[in-house]
Design a protein around this ligand. Structure first.
Ligand SMILES: [Zn+2]
Length: 186
């Protein structure tokens, strides 16, 4: 199959992050009794795998995908992606609508590697991780979001296998700081 995005994966940092930042997902730990809002990259080469796995993890088919190129990379106020200011606000507005009018109480933020958008803007693994954590921080600070469960997932396409990991927030923040990429205020 022809691959649309680059295949440069930062294996070194992923291996280190696997010790306490990226975890295998235990579906029963994901609280989503009313289904999920899923904010992720549109990548047509990986969306099917990511979404199928998402339904399995969450044990739910009531999901509300909000998908643009880059997905959660667009939400941080410090996102360097062109158009992120408008696109991030659009994602937040739609998430708010789905929470307030459709009754969703769980949001899952996705990033992935390799990602065409991340590659285009030279965002390495650390930067993608930082933007993901910042996206959650910004979403958490939005009106009407204080009671909503939020999780960060990281999808990795290793070519020979694909994995989705749960991102542990506090270890991620420490990991980023120790690598010179502290999360920034939102
Ligand atoms: Zn992508």
């Amino acid at each position: 199959m022809e691959r649309q995005a680059g295949s440069n994966i930062d294996f070194n940092n992923i291996i280190v992050a696997r010790t306490n930042v990226l975890h295998d997902i235990q579906g029963d730990k994901i609280a989503c009794p009313k289904g999920t809002i899923l904010i992720g990259c549109s990548d047509g080469d990986r969306f099917w795998d990511m979404y199928n796995h998402h339904c399995e993890i969450c044990n739910h088919t009531r999901n509300h995908p909000l998908s643009l190129n880059g997905g959660a990379l667009l939400i941080s106020k410090r996102s360097p992606i062109r158009g992120a200011r408008a696109d991030g606000n659009t994602l937040l507005r739609h998430a708010h609508l789905a929470v307030s009018k459709k009754g969703f109480r769980t949001i899952i933020l996705y990033v992935h590697t390799p990602c065409l958008v991340a590659n285009t803007y030279d965002l390495d693994f650390l930067e993608v991780l930082r933007l993901l954590i910042e996206a959650k921080m910004r979403l958490r600070s939005c009106r009407g979001m204080s009671e909503v469960k939020m999780y960060c997932f990281f999808h990795v396409d290793y070519e020979h296998k694909k994995r989705t990991y749960f991102v542990a927030r506090d270890p991620a923040i420490e990991f980023l700081a120790s690598h010179g990429r502290p999360v920034r205020e939102q």
